[in-house]
Design a protein around this ligand. Structure first.
Ligand SMILES: [Cu+2]
Length: 439
């Protein structure tokens, strides 16, 4: 930690990126739609920022809970990332307290070493357990599967058709919420009976989390910075790069832990909301039970409906001009993840023309889930496993094993826009292609 530093100054919609590291970097504004030249992908089209170089950005900001991170995988894994919150006018007047929860997975070793261990297959993976179900996706399993978990590898969750999926392919040293563990969590002072807007950002390299409200009822009001019709609940999940906005009405007084549970495992992290004088008790960073797989059956995604509020970036119904089928594939041994059977560099670009309505159908034929992120656009989830829905507006869609999700978008600026898995070890082995938009 503290290996990198970054200065971001935001004023009247302009941002300055100032590289104070001793190595090259570039910052991607995740969730924003800047002109392509400001998108922040190495050499697409701009070169990396040299040490000491300053570059300014002046795009119109997209409201909501977003984030910014290096688009160099080992740097993102080394925590070179930060929240990027753009408030709507109503956020400034709302009678509620905003709390940000920024999640990471963390290793003491250099990220390049971690990446090498994962991609060279040294992160132990025992295929002999593939035929034993670890637990059900609800997280309520009473099965003891202690004999099934391998160091560096968690087996968990039944996929469609009863197949076993792979959840976590590396055991990190720590899981962080606002850069801290539960040994010394951030304690945030809140009002008695106060209303909270909790902005959760999953900046982890390779971990999906469940957010556990500790029994306090919450309303999910936005995903990836875009409003959804409120969904009530006490536990919501998010994959790498996704965001959740949760509205919470606190009970009168007390200390209220908001925990982030590593999917399919016992590790957890979190923050504590506490009213004045409340006793804050220590919470162990290992839960008694396994948290279960995240959204393996897309039950959570299937509940989400785009909010029809003024100013929301809606996609009006219209005929589809172009459809692309996108096959997500790969395996642990050798550790290689592909889009349409290809890796970045040997990829065949997906094409579209500016203004066309485009459908992208992601078919995941592999045994790991993939959070797929498209640059320069927002999209709407319109079909889940063959069922049409008026789903959420997003920039990152989680596609679990043996599932199909279709998203709709209107092709934007004529440029090369990255489309990739946001699991950093997957991305680093080449799980990236591009949407090549022409005028
Ligand atoms: Cu992936």
């Amino acid at each position: 930690m503290g290996q990198f530093s970054m200065t971001i100054s935001a004023a009247a919609g302009s941002v300055l990126s100032d590289n104070q590291q001793d190595e090259e970097t570039i910052i991607h504004w995740h969730g924003q739609i800047p002109p392509n030249v400001q998108d922040g992908v190495p050499k697409l089209p701009m070169p990396l920022l040299q040490p000491g170089e300053t570059r300014s950005y002046d795009y119109a900001p997209m409201p909501g809970t977003h984030w910014m991170h290096s688009h160099v995988p080992v740097q993102e894994m080394s925590l070179l990332a930060a929240p990027l919150i753009v408030r709507r006018p109503e956020d400034l007047t709302a009678d509620r307290q905003e709390v940000v929860m920024f999640l990471h997975d963390f290793a003491f070793r250099p990220a390049a070493e971690v990446l090498a261990e994962i991609t060279q297959g040294a992160a132990h993976h025992d295929m002999s357990n593939m035929d034993a179900p670890a637990q059900n996706p609800s997280g309520m399993s009473g099965m003891d599967h202690s004999g099934m978990s391998m160091p560096g590898m968690t087996m968990g969750g039944m996929g469609a058709g009863g197949m076993i999926m792979d959840l976590n392919d590396f055991d990190f040293d720590a899981y962080l919420a606002n850069d801290r563990t539960l040994a010394d969590p951030e304690v945030i002072a809140v009002e008695r009976s106060g209303r909270i807007l909790l902005r959760v950002i999953n900046a982890a390299a390779a971990t999906s989390f469940w957010i556990d409200m500790g029994g306090i009822p919450a309303r999910l009001v936005a995903v990836d910075g875009h409003g959804v019709e409120p969904v009530a609940g006490t536990r919501f999940g998010l994959a790498m790069a996704q965001r959740l906005d949760l509205e919470i009405d606190l009970p009168e007084s007390g200390a209220f832990p908001i925990l982030a549970l590593r999917e399919g495992a016992r590790e957890r992290t979190g923050i504590i909301l506490a009213t004045a004088g409340a006793q804050v008790r220590r919470i162990d960073d290992l839960a008694e039970t396994d948290s279960g797989a995240f959204d393996i059956d897309l039950a959570q995604e299937g509940l989400l409906r785009a909010a029809r509020t003024e100013g929301a970036p809606l996609l009006a119904p219209r005929p589809v001009d172009r459809s692309h089928m996108i096959m997500l594939g790969g395996a642990m041994q050798p550790y290689l993840w592909t889009i349409n059977g290809q890796v970045w560099g040997n990829h065949t670009p997906l094409t579209a023309k500016t203004g066309e309505r485009v459908h992208l159908s992601f078919h995941n034929m592999s045994m790991m889930g993939h959070p797929m992120h498209l640059h320069g656009h927002v999209f709407q989830v319109v079909n889940i496993n063959g069922r049409n829905i008026d789903g959420a507006i997003r920039d990152t869609i989680y596609v679990p094993p043996m599932s199909m999700v279709t998203v709709a978008l209107d092709a934007g600026e004529a440029a090369r826009w990255m489309l990739h898995c946001h699991h950093m070890p997957h991305l680093s082995t080449g799980m990236m292609t591009e949407l090549a938009v022409s005028a």
